[in-house]
Write a protein that binds this ligand. Structure first.
Ligand code: GCU
Length: 326
C-alpha cells in the first residue's frame, strides 16, 4: 500500500514539481509523515489557509500527509533538489543535514517546558532554523512535539535494565541510536510509517514517542505499556526548499513566514489538548501507563554527551548555551 501511495505521490511531483505556478497562482506542495488526525497536520492545514488569505488566493499550499510522498529523510532530499516545496519533519530527521540541530536529540537536555520555549522561540532557535540553509533547506518555525517516552509490547520499561535484550525502534538519528545504546537497549532505525507493522511483526519490541503520536498512529493497539520517562523533547520543524523560497518575492516570503509563525501558535494550542486526549484514550484502550523514576535513565546517558563533545567539539558551546538559557 505504502509503495502504491509513494508511486502516485512521485507521479504528482514529477508532473508538477515543488512549486507550480501559472501567471497568477503559485501552488507549493508540502509532504509529511504524520497521520491526518494528528495536531501537526491540522497546523499545516492552518498554515495553508493563512497563506492563501494573506496572498489573496495567489499562493496555495497543498498538504500531502501519511508519508505519501516519502519518509522524512526522502522528503528532505526532495526539498533539496526543489522537487518538493515544503515539509514538516522531526528535528531528528534533520540531523544528517545540520549538525547544530542534532543537539535537540540529547536526552534530558531541557529542564522543563519553559526552558524548551525559551530555547526554541529565542535567539538559539532562530539560529538553528537557519543552520540548514547551506543544505538548501530553510527552517521556518518549530512545532511543539512534546516529550518522548518508551512504549513496549510485552513488559513495562521501568528502569534501563528493562531495555536489555529489547529491539527499540529509533528515528534515523545517530543521537537516538547512541542514547538507546547508552541505556542498554538495541536501537533499530525504522521509518515512522512502517513502525506499526514492525511492532506487529516483532521486528522491534518497543518504540518511543510523544502521546499524540503514540495514540494517533494507533501503535497503542500493539503496545500495551507506556512508560513516561520523557527522555527527550525533540521538536518538529517546518521547512521550505531554498529553491522555492528564492522564487518568492520578498512580500510573498514575508507572508509565508508569518503564516508559519501563526501556525506554530495554533499548533501549540492544539498540542496540550491533544496530549490530554491521547493519554485518556490509550488508557481507555487498556494501555498500562507508568511514571518510572527518571534518574536511572539520566545516569545512563552521560556517555551520549561525552561522545558528542568528542566527535563534534564545535557543538559544545551550543549545548552549554542551551543549558544556560534561563
Ligand atoms: C514524532 C514527529 C514525527 C516523526 C515521529 C517519529 O511524531 O512529530 O515527525 O516522524 O516522531 O518518531 O518518527
Amino acid at each position: 500500500m505504502r509503495n502504491l501511495n509513494l508511486f502516485l505521490g512521485l507521479i504528482i511531483l514529477f508532473l508538477y514539481g515543488g512549486c507550480q505556478s501559472d501567471s497568477r497562482i503559485k501552488i507549493i506542495k508540502m509532504g509529511h509523515a504524520q497521520v491526518v488526525a494528528h495536531p501537526v497536520h491540522n497546523a499545516m492545514v492552518f498554515l495553508a489557509e493563512r497563506l492563501e488569505e494573506k496572498s489573496g488566493g495567489r499562493i496555495k499550499v497543498k498538504v500531502y500527509p501519511n508519508q505519501q510522498l516519502g519518509t522524512e529523510r526522502e522528503l528532505l532530499e526532495l526539498l533539496q533538489i526543489g522537487s518538493l516545496g515544503m515539509t514538516k519533519v522531526s528535528a531528528a530527521s534533520l540531523e544528517a543535514f545540520s549538525p547544530e540541530i542534532s543537539v535537540f536529540g540529547l536526552p534530558f537536555l531541557f529542564r522543563d517546558d519553559e526552558h524548551i520555549s525559551k530555547v526554541l522561540y529565542g535567539e538559539i532557535g532562530k539560529e538553528i532554523l537557519l543552520s540548514c540553509e547551506k543544505f538548501w533547506l530553510r527552517g521556518l518555525c518549530f512545532y511543539d512535539a512534546g516529550k518522548r517516552s518508551f512504549y513496549s509490547k510485552n513488559k513495562p520499561i521501568e528502569t534501563p535494565a528493562d531495555l536489555a535484550g529489547l529491539k527499540i525502534r529509533v528515528q534515523e538519528s545517530k543521537m537516538a541510536i547512541n542514547m538507546i545504546r547508552g541505556m542498554g537497549g538495541s536501537p533499530t532505525p525504522v521509518a515512522y510509517g512502517e513502525l506499526y507493522t514492525a511492532l506487529q511483526q516483532g521486528i522491534v519490541d518497543a518504540a518511543e514517542n510523544n502521546p499524540p503520536s503514540f495514540y494517533n498512529s494507533r501503535h497503542y493497539e500493539v503496545c500495551k505499556y507506556y512508560s513516561i520517562d520523557e527522555h527527550t523533547a525533540v521538536p518538529d520543524v517546518v521547512l521550505v526548499s531554498t529553491k522555492v523560497w528564492e522564487d518568492l518575492t520578498p512580500e510573498e516570503q514575508q507572508w509565508l513566514q508569518e503564516a508559519a509563525d501563526e501556525s506554530a501558535v495554533y499548533q501549540a494550542e492544539l498540542w496540550k489538548a491533544s496530549v490530554e486526549e491521547s493519554m485518556r484514550e490509550v488508557e481507555k484502550a487498556g494501555v498500562e501507563i507508568s511514571y518510572p523514576s527518571k534518574e536511572p535513565f539520566l545516569n545512563q546517558v552521560q556517555s551520549v554527551y561525552e561522545l558528542v563533545k568528542k566527535e563534534q567539539p564545535q557543538l559544545a558551546t551550543l549545548i552549554e548555551r542551551i543549558q544556560n538559557t534561563r
